[in-house]
Design a protein around this ligand. Structure first.
Ligand code: GLU
Length: 448
């Protein structure tokens, strides 16, 4: 059996860390088992789905390295869904309902007032011919519900363990709206069977859906005379560092926002792969290694915390360990060579911050001079080119002797004058890279 998974976003918004964690886990699960990763675009809602969101989703997945083996759109499969819907109608498993949204809301309110769960009362199964005629005469169109068994549905969830949902407590799901639009449920069941999906890995907000879908899938497998139920794995959802759900901040937590902010794809995958599992989060740019260690049995039940500060720290750690060759293209684009990269990478929060140090080493910056006399004296002591990594210690020593300054009083004004800022990488390699002429000019307060 080939492990086959799918990531099934609706192209009605941007991917955020929560969806991306589900995508990544599916991808890692498949890759670690020689399996197949399908990208399914759940675009049955033709009003809310856009090409732009779909392209954004694909760009995000590609940026993170989560390439798919196959992709398809639900909107291309309406004839298949229609055939199955007809077969379900014939069996009495898909039945027409004529209540308006207001009428349904009123029923739910009454049920709640009586302390009953707001489960659909199946009034539509009792309609008489004349009632149906009356609805039609009023111009009402039917929406269609699937008739659940009202029995417990049990499965061994690969994360939650033995799981049981009694469908007597669940409203018969609407599969087709009155305007004819398919909601995601029926297409998803048909697709999972037709595409041989073996594992459905997704958030635990879909646990009740799983029970419903298992019943629909069973009905479809009987109609088709082929196919097998997938295994299910429902993971807990991410919460923010403050313990609240992520939904309020989803804009800033979109993968696109993180890319635009200059974060590394590998920092995101390193964190999301392990967040909520028993494995420690470490910077791991190699997705194959993350895949090899990914295992659903290591996934915990508690909600996992997503903390931007943790991602930022991981990003920095990852950069510190990044060899020039693996990011050469991006560094060449901002004029950073291997020597400069090695000199500054240990100090970066974002790769693009290397551009500032490029200017320190080879371009122009505004020096900060606090004590003119001290800086003048230092300028006179800069050794002649070529400067090497050893030159710095000798220079600082000479300045100390000439001015009497030591420790922070010696190093801080030199750093401010030579780099323009109070913090940064080791001075020795930077000093060698900038050379004597720039160093002297900056100590004299000239932009250079
Ligand atoms: N399109 C559905 C969603 O985004 C897919 C859920 C599933 O994985 O079955 O919620």
């Amino acid at each position: 059996m080939t492990v086959t998974v799918r990531f099934a976003p609706s192209p009605t918004g941007k991917l955020h860390v929560g969806n991306m964690r589900a995508a990544l886990w599916n991808w890692l699960y498949a890759r670690g088992r020689g399996g197949k990763f399908i990208l399914r675009i759940d675009d049955t809602d033709e009003e809310r789905s856009t090409k732009a969101y779909e392209e954004g989703i694909k760009r995000d997945l590609e940026w993170l390295g989560l390439f798919w083996d196959e992709t398809f759109h639900q909107s291309a499969r309406f004839p298949e869904y229609d055939r199955v819907a007809d077969a379900l109608r014939e069996q009495g498993l898909l039945y027409p309902c004529y209540e308006t949204a207001e009428e349904l809301e009123r029923k739910r309110r009454l049920q709640r007032a009586r302390g009953l769960p707001p489960v659909y009362d199946r009034a539509a199964l009792q309609y008489t011919e004349s009632e149906i005629e009356k609805f039609r005469a009023e111009g009402r169109k039917a929406h269609w519900r699937f008739k659940l068994s009202h029995k417990p549905v049990e499965w061994n969830d690969l994360i939650r363990g033995a799981t049981s949902v009694d469908t007597a407590n669940v409203s018969d799901p609407v599969l087709i709206r009155e305007d004819g639009m398919y909601l995601y449920t029926l297409p998803s069941c048909i697709d999972d069977i037709d595409y041989g999906v073996t594992h459905v890995i997704r958030g635990e907000d879909h646990v009740t859906n799983a029970a419903v879908q298992i019943e629909i899938m069973r009905a479809y497998i009987a109609i088709k005379g082929a196919g097998a139920l997938p295994s299910f794995a429902h993971h807990s959802l991410l919460i923010g560092a403050d313990g609240q759900g992520l939904s309020k901040r989803l804009g800033s937590l979109s993968i696109e926002a993180m890319r635009e902010d200059g974060l590394e794809a590998a920092a995101i995958t390193s964190l999301l792969a392990r967040l909520g599992t028993s494995e420690a989060v470490t910077p791991e740019p190699d997705l194959a290694k993350l895949a090899a260690s990914f295992d659903l049995s290591k996934v915990g039940r508690a909600p996992a915390r997503f903390d931007m500060a943790e991602l930022e720290a991981l990003n920095a750690k990852l950069l510190h360990e990044t060899a020039y060759a693996s990011v050469a293209g991006r560094l060449e684009a901002i004029g950073v060579d291997a020597a400069l990269w090695d000199a500054v990478k240990g100090n970066l929060l974002r790769l693009n911050d290397a551009a500032y140090w490029r200017d320190v080493a080879r371009g122009e910056i505004d020096p900060v001079i606090e004590d003119k006399a001290f800086a003048e004296a230092a300028a006179g002591l800069v050794p002649d080119d070529p400067l090497t990594e050893e030159s710095w210690a000798a220079f600082a020593d000479a300045v100390s002797k000439a001015t009497g300054a030591r420790g922070k009083k010696l190093y801080m004004p030199l750093r401010l004058a030579l780099t323009g800022v109070a913090k940064g990488p080791e001075m020795a390699p930077l000093f060698a890279l900038m050379g004597a002429e720039k160093a002297r000019a900056r100590l004299r307060g000239e932009r250079g």
